[in-house]
Design a protein around this ligand. Structure first.
Ligand code: IMP
Length: 436
């Protein structure tokens, strides 16, 4: 009845479109981790909207979009997004009636963005290739119990006290460790007060809203951001984001109990991409440069948040099977198979070689993953077809049907949705997770 959507790879799998589709069946749509490092691109009636923070369900009338406690919340970005939705006439009523923000969510402040930049540019430590949105430093403050929460923005006295302590500590780092200019408390405090005032009608106890919704059996969609292999615990650490991107994160990240979600749907592309630094066993940027460039061009594989070119590789079934296991996935949504139209062949990785030994599981260490040689199965490619004329699986080229079967057999769960193009209508919904 309730569904969690997660990325089954390194993010950018096309979650925005799938969440947008499933939102029509849900009443509540919840962002539960990450922040505006995400970029969900939606194409509705040929119009493109990119959302970084507000749940993708916002484009549907009558939905409640929740930003839950597990999110790190940049209020400036939030209002930019609200204003742009209003300006493009995309909302179906007042924004504060459709969006609620948890008072427990941690706030991203200017010094978090600066710290993210310093860590990327000025340390001798490993560069992660972050989105430089301040995500990691905001989560750091949360865990070290120095964070400012959304609820604090509404309480000037407490805010001042907490900000004073935070700024003092951050300035010590900026001045003595990174050798960069310090930040000033007063303008940050003033801005926080203004943002807090504007935020008031949006702030709520999101966990309680959800608990009531679940009690009354209202359909809820939990919208994951990033992807399984970027999970802070289960991803390719340290080349990961700072939150739990796996399905389990939906529970802690929104304050609901076990059993709140019955279906976990993983989104995977028909190939793989990754942005930022870190191991990527099936990457073909060097070995099959022309193919990588072709896929990047046809698939428009450039970051929705940072514009960075995404690294491209073949589908990694070892990694996908791992995603099925760590998320407890019950179904897959396969996206961008249309990008591979007209290819003579496609490859899928079915095992790894590590130091001469064949392995079938994801190693936990990034150093090992970086040394891996993929074993590929080569499957026949599929010819051009008109994505708009596809009404059922039987209308797909037989080679694509074979590809889908191969994936299903390998990972042991069904493909319940096939996205055949970017538009809402270019989709084959094979099973409805809300009725399972
Ligand atoms: P951060 O989340 O900005 O700290 O970045 C950490 C890592 O996660 C970097 O490799 C980013 O490129 C990656 N990342 C963060 N958000 C996304 C996303 O929405 N899609 C793909 N990669 C992401």
């Amino acid at each position: 009845m309730n569904v969690v959507i997660v990325g089954a790879q390194w993010g950018d799998e096309g979650k925005g479109k799938v969440v947008d589709l499933y939102s029509s069946k849900a009443e509540y749509i919840v962002r539960y981790q990450g922040g505006n490092n995400a970029g969900h691109t939606l194409v509705v009636n040929g119009k493109k909207t990119v959302l970084h923070l507000i749940p993708s369900g916002i484009l549907h009338p009558g939905k409640i979009c929740l930003i839950a406690n597990g999110v790190v919340f940049d209020p400036t970005v939030f209002f930019q997004e609200v204003d742009s939705l209003v300006a493009s006439d995309a909302l179906h009523g007042p924004a504060h009636e459709a969006i609620r923000v948890s008072d427990r969510a941690h706030v991203i402040l200017p010094y978090h963005r600066m710290l993210d930049k310093c860590r990327e540019e000025k340390t001798s430590q490993t560069k992660i290739g972050t989105t430089v949105r301040g995500i990691g430093p905001a989560y750091e403050d949360k865990v070290t119990r120095r964070g400012i929460r959304v609820g604090d923005l509404l309480r000037p006295e407490i805010l001042k006290l907490k900000l004073t302590q935070a700024v003092e500590e951050k300035n010590c780092l900026f001045e003595h460790h990174f050798g960069t200019p310090k930040v000033e408390l007063a303008p940050i405090y003033e801005e926080c007060l203004k943002l807090g005032e504007r935020l008031k009608p949006f702030v709520a106890d999101v966990s309680q809203i959800l608990i009531q919704a679940l009690k009354h059996k209202r359909p809820v969609l939990f919208e994951g951001a990033q992807g399984t292999l970027l999970d802070i615990d289960h991803g390719t650490y340290p080349f990961v984001t700072s939150s739990n991107t796996v399905a389990g994160g939906a529970l802690t990240g929104s304050g609901v109990g076990l059993g709140a979600a019955t279906q976990a749907i993983g989104i995977t592309k028909a190939y793989t991409t990754r942005v930022g630094v870190g191991p990527f066993p099936t990457e073909i940027e060097v070995t099959e440069k022309e193919t990588a460039e072709k896929i990047r061009k046809i698939g428009a594989e450039f970051g929705a948040t940072t514009g960075r070119a995404r690294r491209v590789g073949w589908l990694d079934l070892v990694a996908l099977k791992y995603a099925v296991e760590v998320n407890g996935l019950t179904g897959l949504a396969l996206t961008k198979a249309d990008v591979l139209r007209g290819f003579d062949f496609v490859k899928v990785c079915t095992a790894y070689s590590l130091g001469g030994t064949t392995i079938y599981e994801m190693p936990s260490r990034s150093e090992d993953l970086a040394r891996i040689e993929p074993f590929y199965e080569v499957l026949p490619g599929w010819h051009e077809y008109d994505t708009n004329s596809v009404q059922g699986v039987e209308d797909l080229p037989v080679e694509l049907q074979t590809y889908m079967k191969f994936i299903e057999n390998f990972v042991g769960i069904p493909i319940i949705l096939l996205s055949t193009g970017p538009g809402r209508e270019e989709t084959l919904q094979l099973q409805d997770p809300f009725s399972l």
